[in-house]
Design a protein around this ligand. Structure first.
Ligand SMILES: Cc1cc2nc3c(=O)[nH]c(=O)nc-3n(C[C@H](O)[C@H](O)[C@H](O)COP(=O)(O)OP(=O)(O)OC[C@H]3O[C@@H](n4cnc5c(N)ncnc54)[C@H](O)[C@@H]3O)c2cc1C
Ligand SMILES: *[C@@H]1O[C@H](CO)[C@@H](O)[C@H](O)[C@H]1NC(C)=O
Ligand SMILES: *[C@@H]1O[C@H](CO)[C@@H](O)[C@H](O)[C@H]1NC(C)=O
Ligand SMILES: *[C@@H]1O[C@H](CO)[C@@H](O)[C@H](O)[C@H]1NC(C)=O
Ligand SMILES: *[C@@H]1O[C@H](CO)[C@@H](O)[C@H](O)[C@H]1NC(C)=O
Ligand SMILES: *[C@@H]1O[C@H](CO)[C@@H](O)[C@H](O)[C@H]1NC(C)=O
Ligand SMILES: *[C@@H]1O[C@H](CO)[C@@H](O)[C@H](O)[C@H]1NC(C)=O
Ligand SMILES: *[C@@H]1O[C@H](CO)[C@@H](O)[C@H](O)[C@H]1NC(C)=O
Ligand SMILES: *[C@@H]1O[C@H](CO)[C@@H](O)[C@H](O)[C@H]1NC(C)=O
Ligand SMILES: *[C@@H]1O[C@H](CO)[C@@H](O)[C@H](O)[C@H]1NC(C)=O
Ligand SMILES: *[C@@H]1O[C@H](CO)[C@@H](O)[C@H](O)[C@H]1NC(C)=O
Ligand SMILES: *[C@@H]1O[C@H](CO)[C@@H](O)[C@H](O)[C@H]1NC(C)=O
Ligand SMILES: *[C@@H]1O[C@H](CO)[C@@H](O)[C@H](O)[C@H]1NC(C)=O
Length: 774
C-alpha cells in the first residue's frame, strides 16, 4: 500500500544491523579490510580507508570484492540504497575484472556515473574458481545526493546475479535485475588504516588488526518449526499452491466441504501462532513476531535482512505464510457493489457478492480502533485532515459501515487486526483449516509448474522429493489444482507449465532446468497471462503541522522503540504498537475528460518516505497523505518474467493514459486547495517552488507503485482477453484453477485484499459447485 521500492528510500538512521562488518586479513595480499562475507553466495566485500587525518588520500578508499565464478556480476551500493547512490558493479571477463561506477535515480537500469576515478590494483585475481577485484576508488566517498560517513558507520547494500551482463567485454553494458541482494552495516571508522599508503604501494605493512579469518555473518532468518506429516506420493483432491489470502480461504472452504486438500507454501512461518520466531529485541521472550505487531509495519521496509520478501520478484511480494497479508499495511475495506460490477470486468454471475462478503466479515470483522483498550493512538493528524477535507464538503463516516459510500467521505482507517495483533486469513481461516484431518499444510515447498497430459493436470512439480516421485504430487481421480501464488507467482507457474504468451514460454525454454518440465510444444496454451495488468498509481504529499507526532518517522520501532509504548503493548497488546501507520482514509469520485468515472483514495499517516524541500522544516511534525487512483483507471501494463525467470513488471502500469494523470493531478490540487485555511498546516513536499503538475510529471515511476497488482490471470468470458473463465478455471484446461489477486479484472475502490478475500469465498463456492470435480 505504500510507495516504496526494494532498495529505494530505505531509512537507516539509528538502525542496527543483523549483519555487520568485521575486520579480516586477506590471506593473498595481507591487507586488512573491514568488510562482510555474504554466506549465501560466498562473496566478500572489503574496505580500507585512509586515516581521518590524511589529506593526501581524502575522498578515497581501497576496496575488494572476492566472488566465486558463479557470481556473473556483483554490485555494491555504498550508501545502502539503489537510488541516488554510488553503485560499483564488477564481473570477470576473459581473465580480467571489468568494473563500472553506476548511478540510478530509481529502481531502473543504473547508468554509468562519471566522477569516481577507479584503478584496478595488481592484487586482483581471476582463476578457475574465483574472481577477486582489488581497487582504488578516488573521489568515491561523496556523490550526487550522498556520502559515506568515513568516521562513522552506515549501510552498504550488495547485489548478486547468476545471469551475465549483456556484453561482458563492455564496462558500460546493461544487465538484468539482480537475483539477490542484501545489506550489512559497514563500520567505516574501523576501516581506517595507517597502512593505507603501503597498500597502494602493494605492501601489506604491519597489520594493525588482529582478526585473520574472513568475517562470517549471523543470520536471523527463522527456521521451520512445522511438524506437518510427511507424505509420499499421496494424491489429493485439491492441491493449492500458495498460502496467501487466496490460497488460505480456498483451502479452508474446500476442506470444510470434506475435500482432501494439500496447501503448499514456498516460505515458512510468519506469526507466532504459526511458529514464527522473528521477534524484535524488545519483544524477546514473547511470541509476538514482526508479523504480529501492527506497529512494526513500517519496519518491513527498513529491515537489514528482509528475508520475507520474494527474492525472485522485483517488486514487493511476501514469500512466507500469509503472503502479502503477513507483511502488508492490513488496510481492510469491505468491497463495494461497484467493485464486483460488470463495469469493473466481472462476469454477471459474480455481481451478487453480498453473501460471500458476509461470509468473510463474519469470519474476519474489521476494526478502526485496533488497540485492545478500545482507544485510538497517534491520531493527531485526524482533526487536521478532517478540517482540510470538511472544507471541501467531505463528511466523516465509519467506513466499513457503509462500504458503498466512497464519494466525499473520510474516516478512521480500518484493518483486519484482531486482539491488537495481525489477524487476517492466517489467524482465522487457516486455523480452522489446519484443525481438519483432511488438510495437509506443507511449507518451504516451491512449486515450479503443473504436470500436464494435454489439457489435463495430473499433479504439481515441487522441489521436495519426499512428496512424490521426483517431487511430483499427484491428484486423485478428477482432482484439481488451484494456483494461489499471487499476481507474479501464479503467472510464473503458468509460464513454466507452457501456458501464456509465446515470448514468456520462450524464456522458460531458454532455461535448462525449467525447460525440461515444459509439456510438448503442441500442448502449449496461448493465453494473455500478465497482459493488461493494473496497480494503483500513488503520489505522496508531505505536510507539517504543529500538533503532529511524526513518531520519529518509525525509524526506531524495531531496535529502539519508545519504552512506554513498547511496555504498554507487551502488557496487553494496547497502545501505539497495536496499530499500523495509516490513520485516516478518504475517497472522492471524479469524471475524467473521457467521460470515465474514477475514484481517488487518500491514506494519511504520520511520517514520510521522503521529503524534498528547499526550506527548513520540523521533521518531528511531518505527515503524509498518499493519493491513489483506483476504481475506473484506464492505464494498463504488463508483467512477466525475465531471462533469469525473475518475476517483474515488463510495462509499468501507472499513468499510461494521460486522462488518469489529469484526474490524479486534479485530485491532488483539490486536496491542497484548503491548506491555507487550516492553521499551522504547511505542505513541504512538493513545496511552493514546485507545482503539483511538475511534481507528478517528474515523479519517479518506481515509487508510484502501490503493491496492488491485479489482472495477470483475469477472469472473463473470452480467452483472447482473459485467462480464467467465470468458474476461475484456466481456459483450455480441464482442472486448473486460479484463486488469487491475478483473477481480479480491474482494481477495486480501496486497497484490494478485502475485496480479494470476498472473491476467494465466491471462487471456492463456484469451484465446489462445478461438475466434474472430486
Ligand atoms: C508491502 C505491501 C503492502 C500492502 N498493503 C496492503 C494493504 O494495506 N491493504 C490491502 O488490501 N492490500 C495491501 N497489499 C496487497 C495485498 O497484500 C495483496 O493484494 C494480497 O496479499 C494478494 O494476495 P494473493 O493471495 O493474490 O497473493 P500473495 O499474498 O502474494 O500470496 C501468495 C503466496 O504464494 C506463495 N507462493 C508464491 N509462489 C509460490 C510457488 N511457486 N510455490 C509455492 N508457494 C508460492 C507466496 O510465498 C505467498 O505466500 C499490500 C501488499 C504489499 C506487498
Ligand atoms: C560457500 O562456502 C561454503 C563453505 O566453504 C560451501 O559449503 C558452499 O558450497 C559455498 N557456496 C557457494 C555458493 O559457493
Ligand atoms: C567527483 O565526483 C563528482 C560526482 O560524484 C563529480 O561531479 C566531480 O567532478 C568529481 N571530481 C573530480 C575532481 O573528478
Ligand atoms: C585517477 O587516479 C590516478 C591515480 O591517482 C591518476 O594518475 C589519474 O590522473 C587520475 N585520473 C583522473 C582523471 O583524475
Ligand atoms: C582463486 O582465487 C581465490 C581468491 O584469491 C582463492 O581463494 C582460490 O584459492 C583460488 N583458486 C585456485 C584454484 O587457485
Ligand atoms: C510461544 O509459542 C510456543 C509454541 O506455540 C509455546 O510453547 C510457548 O509457550 C509460547 N510462549 C509464550 C511466551 O507465549
Ligand atoms: C476549500 O477550497 C475550495 C476549492 O477547492 C473552495 O471552493 C472552498 O471555498 C474552500 N473552503 C473553505 C472553507 O475555504
Ligand atoms: C524448496 O524451495 C524452498 C523455497 O525456496 C526452500 O525453502 C526449500 O529449502 C526447498 N526445498 C528443498 C528440498 O530444496
Ligand atoms: C494422457 O491422456 C490420454 C487421453 O487423453 C490417455 O490416453 C493417455 O494415457 C494419458 N497419458 C498419460 C501418461 O497418462
Ligand atoms: C526535488 O525537487 C526539485 C524541484 O522540484 C527537483 O528538481 C528534484 O529533482 C527533486 N529531487 C528529488 C530527489 O526528487
Ligand atoms: C519540532 O517539533 C517538536 C514536536 O512538536 C517540538 O517539540 C520542537 O520544539 C520543534 N522544534 C522546533 C525547532 O520548532
Ligand atoms: C514559500 O514557502 C516558504 C516557506 O514556507 C515561505 O517562506 C515563502 O514565503 C513561500 N513563498 C511563497 C511565494 O508563498
Ligand atoms: C489489453 O487492453 C487493450 C486496450 O484496452 C486491448 O486493446 C487489448 O486487446 C487488451 N489485450 C488483452 C490481451 O486483453
Amino acid at each position: 500500500m505504500l510507495s516504496r521500492f526494494l532498495l529505494g528510500g530505505l531509512a537507516f538512521a539509528g538502525a542496527t544491523f543483523a549483519q555487520s562488518s568485521s575486520s579480516y586479513t586477506d590471506p593473498d595480499n595481507g591487507f586488512v579490510f573491514q568488510g562482510y562475507a555474504d554466506p549465501t553466495h560466498n562473496v566478500t566485500y572489503g574496505f580500507a580507508l585512509p586515516p581521518a587525518s590524511s589529506t593526501d588520500y581524502s575522498g578515497e578508499f581501497i576496496g575488494e570484492i572476492i566472488a566465486p565464478v558463479s557470481a556473473e556480476w556483483v554490485g555494491i551500493a555504498l550508501g545502502g540504497a539503489m537510488a541516488g547512490d554510488l553503485l560499483l558493479v564488477a564481473w570477470a571477463n576473459d581473465g580480467k575484472v571489468v568494473y563500472s561506477p553506476r548511478y540510478a535515480t530509481g529502481y531502473v537500469q543504473p547508468t554509468v556515473y562519471s566522477g569516481p576515478n577507479i584503478t584496478t590494483l595488481s592484487e586482483t585475481v581471476v582463476n578457475s574458481t574465483h574472481w577477486k577485484w582489488v581497487y582504488r576508488c578516488q573521489n568515491c566517498t561523496t556523490w550526487s545526493g550522498g556520502s559515506i560517513s568515513t568516521s562513522g558507520s552506515g549501510a552498504v547494500a550488495w547485489a548478486w546475479s547468476s545471469a551475465a551482463v549483456d556484453d561482458p567485454s563492455d564496462a558500460s553494458s546493461d544487465f538484468l535485475e539482480h537475483n539477490d541482494f542484501g545489506f550489512f552495516g559497514q563500520n567505516w571508522q574501523s576501516a581506517q588504516t595507517s597502512n593505507y599508503a603501503n597498500y597502494l604501494a602493494g605492501k601489506p605493512g604491519t597489520p594493525t588488526s588482529t582478526t585473520s579469518t574472513p568475517p562470517t555473518s549471523t543470520t536471523t532468518t527463522s527456521t521451520s518449526s512445522s511438524s506437518t506429516p510427511t507424505v509420499t506420493g499421496t494424491p489429493y483432491d485439491y492441491i493449492i499452491v500458495g498460502a496467501g489470502p487466496g490460497g488460505i480461504i480456498a483451502a479452508d472452504r474446500l476442506s470444510e466441504a470434506g475435500k482432501k486438500v494439500l496447501l503448499l507454501e514456498r516460505g515458512g512461518p510468519s506469526t507466532g501462532e504459526t511458529g514464527g520466531t522473528y521477534v524484535a529485541p524488545w519483544a524477546a521472550g514473547t511470541n509476538l513476531t514482526k508479523f504480529d505487531i501492527p506497529g512494526l509495519f513500517e519496519s518491513m521496509f527498513t529491515d537489514t535482512d528482509p528475508w520475507y520478501w520474494c527474492k525472485d520478484i522485483t517488486v514487493f511480494a511476501g514469500c512466507l505464510l500469509g503472503g502479502g497479508t503477513s507483511v502488508n499495511g492490513a488496510l481492510y475495506w469491505y468491497p463495494t457493489d461497484q467493485d464486483f460490477s460488470t463495469a469493473n470486468g466481472w462476469p454477471a454471475s459474480w455481481t451478487n457478492h453480498g453473501p460471500y462478503t458476509s461470509k468473510m466479515t463474519q469470519r474476519l470483522p474489521s476494526t478502526d480502533h485496533p488497540s485492545t483498550d478500545g482507544d485510538r493512538y497517534l491520531e493527531q493528524l485526524e482533526p487536521v485532515v478532517a478540517q482540510l477535507l470538511q472544507d471541501q464538503g467531505y463528511s466523516q463516516i465509519t467506513i466499513n459501515d457503509s462500504p458503498n459510500s466512497k464519494d466525499h467521505v473520510f474516516g478512521y482507517s480500518a484493518f483486519d487486526f484482531l486482539n491488537g495483533k495481525r489477524g487476517g486469513p492466517v489467524a482465522t481461516y487457516l486455523q480452522t483449516a489446519l484443525k481438519r484431518s483432511n488438510v495437509v499444510y506443507k511449507d518451504y515447498t516451491l512449486v515450479s509448474n503443473v504436470v500436464r497430459n494435454g489439457s489435463t493436470i495430473t499433479g504439481v512439480q515441487t522441489n521436495d522429493t519426499s512428496l512424490g516421485p521426483n517431487g511430483i504430487v499427484p491428484l486423485t481421480k478428477n482432482g484439481r489444482v488451484i494456483l494461489s501464488a499471487g499476481s507474479y507467482g501464479t503467472a510464473r507457474i503458468l509460464f513454466q507449465s507452457g501456458i501464456g504468451p509465446t515470448d514468456m514460454i520462450s524464456l522458460v525454454e531458454g532455461n535448462t532446468a525449467a525447460a525440461k518440465n515444459l509439456p510438448p510444444k503442441a500442448d502449449y496454451i496461448n493465453l494473455p497471462v500478465g497482459m493488461n495488468i493494473s496497480d494503483n498509481p500513488s503520489i505522496n504529499l508531505v505536510f507539517t503541522h504543529p500538533s503532529i507526532d511524526a513518531y520519529d518517522n518509525w525509524a526506531d520501532v524495531w531496535a529502539d522503540p519508545r519504552p512506554a509504548d513498547a511496555q504498554q503493548y507487551l502488557k496487553d497488546q494496547s497502545g501505539v504498537f497495536a496499530g499500523a501507520s495509516p490513520k485516516v482514509n478518504f475517497w472522492r469520485s471524479y469524471t475524467g475528460s473521457d467521460g470515465q468515472q474514477r475514484y481517488m483514495q487518500g491514506t494519511s499517516r504520520p511520517g514520510a518516505a521522503s521529503v524534498n524541500t528547499t526550506y527548513a522544516y520540523n521533521a518531528s511534525q511531518i505527515f503524509t497523505i498518499t493519493s491513489y487512483l483506483s476504481w475506473g483507471i484506464t492505464s494498463r501494463g504488463r508483467l512477466g518474467i525475465n531471462a533469469g525467470l525473475t518475476g517483474t513488471p515488463l510495462v509499468n502500469p501507472w499513468l499510461v493514459d494521460p486522462v488518469d494523470k489529469a484526474v490524479l493531478v486534479q485530485a491532488l490540487e483539490d486536496i491542497v486547495s484548503n491548506v491555507s485555511q487550516v492553521e499551522g498546516l504547511t505542505m513541504i513536499t512538493p513545496d511552493n517552488t514546485t507545482t503539483l503538475q511538475e511534481y507528478v510529471d517528474s515523479y519517479d515511476p518506481g515509487t508510484m507503485d502501490s503493491n496492488h497488482w491485479v489482472g495477470s490471470a483475469k477472469i472473463g468470458s473470452d480467452p483472447s482477453s482473459a485467462v480464467v473463465d467465470e468458474n476461475t478455471k484456466v481456459f483450455n484446461t480441464d482442472n486448473l484453477f486460479v484463486v488469487d489477486a491475478s483473477i481480479i479484472p480491474k482494481l477495486p475502490t480501496g486497497n484490494p485484499h478485502g475485496m480479494l478475500m470476498s472473491a476467494a469465498e465466491q471462487a471456492a463456492a463456484k469451484i465446489l459447485a462445478l461438475a466434474g470435480g472430486p
